[in-house]
Design a protein around this ligand. Structure first.
Ligand code: 13P
Length: 248
């Protein structure tokens, strides 16, 4: 039985004040939550959120990492730096990084491997654009994205990877995939893993992301192959985020 995982991706939002209010609000409701809950925060706030969440059930993550250990990479953040602030998770290959910062499948696979090498759990994002879906390419796109990681790291790597299926057309648009569309994609993703290793396919968490909110979370997470959510907008309000966390 896979445990429900709910991860918030705050993206580039927040201030010291709002971060404090949000984290305190989430912590206040955590006693009623059975899911594993993660907040993936902008790097400048890792320290603040670490201090607020020590000895709590709330887990900390970052939103990206650089593959190098240290050095002349202005503006970048290493795996060691992320771990230094008590974070155990890192989002890798979010569609915004793929589209706005030209991260290819190979770049993303490399980041997944570096996260694993450093003991971080990658939340590995995949998903097709609207044009790709409309032209019948959803399966080939997610297959290609997953295969890049299998080719570089092997199927065993998925013992330590969380997959997030985020159809690009559903991100920040208010257009959620229907439970059937999401379930179909998740089942397909699990079948790709199963072609390589049936046990790993069964144990790997596959989260759905894309306009998930308190009104649609239960139905989505209730689907057989949907093991939780990666939440953008609705993770910025403690009440909304907690409602989703309580689904598990
Ligand atoms: P929204 O929940 O705002 O659609 O964002 C989803 C997402 O991109 C999470 O990584």
């Amino acid at each position: 039985m896979r445990q429900v995982i709910v991860a918030g991706n705050w993206k580039m939002n927040g201030s010291k004040e709002t971060v404090n209010t949000l984290v305190m609000g989430i912590l206040a409701g955590m006693s009623e939550v059975n899911s594993t809950v993660i907040v993936c925060v902008p790097s400048p706030y890792l320290s603040q959120v670490e201090a607020l969440t020590t000895h709590s059930q709330l887990n900390l993550g970052a939103q990206d990492l650089n593959v190098n250990a240290s050095g002349a990479f202005t503006g970048e953040v290493s795996a060691d730096m992320i771990k230094d602030f008590g974070a155990q998770y890192v989002i890798v290959g979010h569609s915004e990084r793929r589209s706005l910062y030209a991260e290819t499948d190979a770049v993303v696979a490399n980041k997944v491997q570096v996260a694993l090498d450093n003991g971080l759990t990658p939340i590995f994002c995949i998903g097709e654009t609207l044009a790709e879906r409309d032209s019948g390419q959803m399966e080939s796109v997610v297959m290609r994205q997953i295969q890049a990681v299998i080719d570089l790291s092997g199927i065993d790597a998925f013992k330590h990877i969380i997959i997030a299926y985020e159809p690009v057309w559903a991100i920040g648009t208010g257009v959620t995939a229907t439970p059937q569309q999401a379930q179909d994609a998740h089942a397909f993703i699990r079948s790709i893993l199963a072609q390589n290793d049936a046990n790993i396919a069964q144990s790997t968490a596959i989260l759905y992301g894309g306009s998930m909110n308190p009104n649609n979370a239960a139905e989505l997470i209730g689907c057989e192959d949907i093991d939780g959510g990666l939440i953008g907008g609705a993770s910025l309000k403690a009440e909304d985020f907690l409602q989703i966390c309580k689904v598990g």
